[in-house]
Design a binder for this molecule. Sequence first.
Ligand code: PEP
Ligand code: MG
Length: 329
Amino acid sequence: SAPRVQRTFAGQGRTADGVHVELLANVADPASAKAAAAAGAEGVGLFRTEFLFLGRPDEPGVDEQTRTYHAVLDAFAGRKVVVRTLDAGADKPLPFLTAEGEPNPALGVRGLRTAALHPDVLERQLEAIAAAAARSDADVWVMAPMVATPDEADRFVARCAAHGLAHAGVMIEVPAAALQARWILEEATFASLGTNDLTQYAMAADRELGALAELSTTWQPAVLRLVAAACEGAHVAERAHEDDRGAQGPRERPVGVCGEAAGDPALAPVLVGLGVTSLSMAPAALGDIAAVLATTTLERCRRLARLALGSRDAWAARQAVRAALPELD
Ligand code: PEP
Ligand code: MG
């Protein structure tokens, strides 16, 4: 028989001692979703829906949205697809949604905050996501960008529930949300750490400015502490409900990472050691991340996490972890 085509990665991400770490893809449209499926991604950890909205004068209609979302879901039948609702504003301004002349757009009305001023745009998007989900076999999860408070998270989950979308979560990319994850994950059923923005806001360093690249890295121990705090908050939220659930077992509140950090082979095991259970990245990175996890036990990931957290700065954290992972050289 013909030789099988070699894939970048296939199967499941696992540590050396067999702990499953979901290896997911970041996608933006049907074409990138198909490419991610061909690369062997277990699912989609971040579908950036704003790409359908960018560069046009007005909002795409519900039917057009439904068709595009369905085409992405179709590439991942039977698998998980995390659809992020519109993340407009700041680096992704939209003429029909983004306020002009905000002095600090990164701190302005962006992400889920736009839904307070334009609730109809979110409603139509949720309607389209629900319609696409109803026609597909994918396991559809929905999440909101730029959530800062438990109230914002609760309101979003309620809107998703009204559309029959039961798996509703939030991105944690604002430091306050990382610190309040315990309450944010009362109603929200999962969280995904947007380490690009989380780093920008923790370090007060514009992610677009090359001049600040040394500050803008998730290797900053202060950023890793926020990751750890979010994972700990999720565990507290899980345990708080163990008693009421009894025989049904503990409530799950998985925390993933969908920022660039997830695709860094030295940082990925650190994130797993901090308590992250899925990593979503550019498909090209899947093979390298699968390989490093396959040689690293969960205990070793935790040791790497302690090394990074205990370091004085980003440079030292990266040095210490790289020295403890000689197989990456
Ligand atoms: C992030 O902020 O890390 C993220 C994944 O979202 P985006 O890069 O689209 O802002
Ligand atoms: Mg972001």
